[in-house]
Design a protein around this ligand. Structure first.
Ligand SMILES: C[S@@+](CC[C@H](N)C(=O)[O-])C[C@H]1O[C@@H](n2cnc3c(N)ncnc32)[C@H](O)[C@@H]1O
Length: 240
């Protein structure tokens, strides 16, 4: 089936967001996020550029909003430990199925798991040095997006960094993901929602220009590869 990628498919729904989704498929999806993120999300680069420099100045508090299977959190916790740096990494997700799975697969990483919304942490007066999300923005409705940006801004206080990382929608991204995942549909990705939800996610994602148009004042959008975008809070007093 061919899809029109010229506009956001904001009404499309990922199968993993269905409360009645098959649990085995969902858990396999959380497990496979690690592979997807290793291939497209560049978590190591994010750690080196945004987390390690802050951790070198002292104990760092990191929050992942919509952590899913929390593989990125476990990787960050492991890198901090490897680098002899102190930190606390919190994996936040609104879906208790994700939090349950991620907590059961911590494997000694020492990540904190919370089933809550960012606004709940704001209400508790929490503060973090680094607040980020990965592959979450496209899941959100327009009011939810504004709420997450407002709440993550507050959670990072004046000096923290806030960066939301996601897919950038394009025909090429859709065609590439479709072609690259097809040979693995019956093997590596079998029994998961990765392929079908990945394609829906690309259709739901923003282009950099669309995201810049809906982002409030004080945020900046940067395009990256492969088919990536980054929405980052501008802060004159946030040091690199
Ligand atoms: C596609 S998954 C991405 C998971 C993970 N960040 C990754 O990159 O693999 C999106 C996750 O965001 C979560 N989510 C969606 N809206 C959320 C919100 N408003 N607050 C917290 N989590 C949210 C979903 O439950 C889901 O686990």
């Amino acid at each position: 089936m061919s899809h029109d990628l010229s506009t956001r498919a904001s009404d499309a729904r990922e199968l993993m967001d269905d409360p009645g989704a098959d649990v085995a498929m969902l858990e396999r999806t959380y497990e496979r996020f690690r592979l997807v993120n290793a291939l497209v999300s560049r978590p190591g680069q994010f750690y080196r550029n945004d987390i390690r420099p802050r951790a070198r100045r002292g104990r760092v508090r990191v929050l992942d909003v919509g952590a899913g299977g929390a593989d990125v959190c476990r990787m960050i916790a492991a890198r901090l430990r490897r680098d002899g740096l102190e930190g606390e990494v919190t994996a936040l997700d609104a879906d208790e199925r994700a939090v349950r799975w991620a907590a059961a697969h911590d494997d000694g990483a020492g990540v904190r798991y919370r089933c809550a919304l960012a606004e709940d942490l704001v209400a508790e007066g929490d503060q973090y040095d680094v607040v980020f999300s990965n592959h979450v923005l496209h899941h959100l409705s327009a009011p939810e997006l504004q709420g997450v940006l407002r709440d993550t801004d507050r959670l990072a206080g004046a000096g923290g960094v806030v960066v939301h990382r996601d897919i950038a929608r394009s025909k090429a991204a859709y065609a590439l993901f479709a072609a690259a995942t097809l040979p693995f549909a019956g093997t590596l990705l079998r029994g998961s929602f990765i392929r079908v939800d990945g394609l829906i996610s690309i259709r739901r994602s923003y282009t950099p220009a669309e995201l810049a148009a809906v982002a409030p004042e004080g945020w900046t959008v940067r395009a990256g590869l492969p088919a990536r975008l980054e929405l980052r809070r501008k802060k004159s007093d946030a040091r690199p």
